[in-house]
Design a protein around this ligand. Structure first.
Ligand code: ARG
Length: 474
């Protein structure tokens, strides 16, 4: 079978690519999702070509009309993608040229290298906005749940050993803070993406009199004062992929935060903890053991966070050591970022659904937090207020814990005589520190889990999330 010559670059070739080469090198199976951005770029580029006299206004209008038709066909699923045309750019351009002869002039003064760099920047802008919005959705659910369970106390853990009492609200607000920084990070990535590479050409620009600032403006690549932002070096513009690293990093960090939230909920929902039960809609059963209700949603969030880190690693490894400028290796840059976007978007939605449907088991929480040992540090603080140096106080309370262990009783059950033997300052109302309510009320400083402070933090987050500031920075 005679191999058909490649329509767009076949000029110098005697025959077309091997069938396996076509299958091997096509990217349209995954980059077709850039279509809406590619069409926007085509429109802006043709408008610019018309402005500088390289297209007539009727030619520009015909191109725009043709692009609108193609966009509608793609949207409706009627467009026929052809892998022999390699990628989304050639598919759209060829379909357009079949309908609009003037489209043969569309690729004037540009290359697929600056075109794809522009398309993905539009994708990153969209993806960052979408993910920040979903982060906001999860933050709202966490804040609402914390608000509704302000009075529920649990042990806080270090080394997965009971440490000090905290409120569930304080624990969940820790994740709200992390997610706020994640949202800010996506805001930063969006900002970095917001520079227009079009006009860089294949590597070294063009001899034609283009107006880069005009194209940039049309595509919204502008600063806060509306001034166009264009890339400053054509070789950098077509070959660097640091935006991909940044986006994948932001996804990997957010995924890691979600993974830790997932792990907390997996622990809390176990029979051993029993603090919460997960909603049926986000749990699954066992095919063998009828009694099981498994936290698969949270396990998958935890598992997918590994995939997000892997995507970042793939990008680094691909770009490291590539000579400037464009190399076809770079076509492999898109699957990892598309995957990170899709998977993180789902992780955020599933996490929000799971937290929204949690049921708190107040009795189990109360039982776990009633352990007086959680307030051992408070007793050391009590001694400090009576003039005992902290190191000495720490040692004394440690000795008291040992006595309690030996006697098989709790800390406040140790007798006055025994307490006196441990430290002479342990007298009078030393047992008052074991009042959990009082202990919590004393944690009133900024960042602490006392109820008054938590009320204030909840108010702050509700305000920030209403104003559309997921990170509280912008
Ligand atoms: N599909 C290609 C990519 O994503 C577009 C750029 C092709 N450029 C080239 N010189 N073959 O990398």
């Amino acid at each position: 079978m005679a191999r058909q010559k490649q329509a767009t670059w076949g000029g110098r070739f005697g025959s077309g690519p091997a069938e396996v080469m076509l299958r091997f090198s096509e990217s349209v199976s995954f980059d077709l999702r850039l279509a809406p951005f590619d069409i926007a770029v085509n429109k802006a580029h043709s408008a610019m070509l018309c402005k500088v006299g390289l297209l007539t206004p009727p030619e520009r209008d015909a191109i725009h009309e043709g692009l609108d038709q193609i966009a509608a066909e793609i949207e409706a699923g009627r467009f026929k993608w052809d892998p022999r045309l390699e990628d989304v750019h050639m598919n759209i351009e060829q379909a357009l040229t079949r309908r609009v002869p003037a489209a043969a002039r569309l690729h004037t003064a540009r290359s697929r290298n600056d075109q794809v760099a522009t398309d993905v920047r539009l994708f990153f802008r969209h993806a960052c906005e979408e993910l920040a919005e979903r982060i906001r959705g999860l933050q709202r659910v966490l804040v609402a749940f914390a608000d509704a369970h302000q009075d529920v106390l649990i042990p806080g853990y270090t080394h997965l050993q009971r440490a000090q009492p905290v409120s569930v609200a304080h624990h969940l607000l820790a994740y709200v803070e992390m997610l706020g920084r994640d949202a800010d990070r996506f805001g930063d990535v969006r900002e970095h993406a917001n520079v227009c590479p079009l006009g860089a050409g294949a590597i070294a620009g063009t001899t034609l009199p283009i107006d880069r600032e005009y194209t940039a403006e049309l595509l919204g690549f502008v600063d806060s004062r509306g001034r166009p932002r264009v890339t400053r070096n054509s070789m950098d513009a077509v070959s660097d992929r640091d935006l991909f690293f940044e986006f994948a990093t932001a996804c990997a960090i957010c995924g890691t935060h979600l993974s830790r939230l997932a792990e907390d909920l997996i622990l809390w929902s176990s029979s051993e903890f029993g603090f919460v039960s997960l909603p049926d809609a986000f749990s699954t059963g066992s095919s063998l053991m009828p009694q099981k209700k498994n936290p698969d949603s949270m396990e998958l969030v935890r598992g997918k966070s590994a995939r997000l880190q892997g995507n970042l690693q793939a990008l680094f490894t691909m770009v490291k050591g590539l000579p400037l400028t464009y190399n076809r290796d770079l076509q492999e840059d898109k699957p990892p970022v598309f995957d990170s976007f899709d998977q993180l978007a789902m992780c955020l939605e599933v996490s929000a659904g799971t937290v929204e449907g949690l049921t708190m088991n107040r009795e189990k929480c109360a039982a776990a937090v009633s352990d007086p040992a959680l307030l051992a540090t408070d007793l050391a603080d009590w001694l400090v207020l009576r003039g005992v140096p902290f190191r000495e106080a720490h040692h004394a309370v440690g000795a008291l814990v040992a006595v309690a262990e030996k006697r098989g009783c709790t800390l406040p059950e140790v007798s006055d005589a025994d307490a006196q033997k441990v430290h002479r300052a342990l007298k009078g109302d030393w047992r008052s520190v074991f009042d959990l309510k009082v202990a919590m009320a004393q944690r009133r400083g900024v960042g602490m889990p006392g109820p008054a402070r938590i009320r204030e933090e909840l108010r702050r987050w509700k305000r920030l999330l209403k104003d559309g500031k997921p990170g509280g920075r912008r």
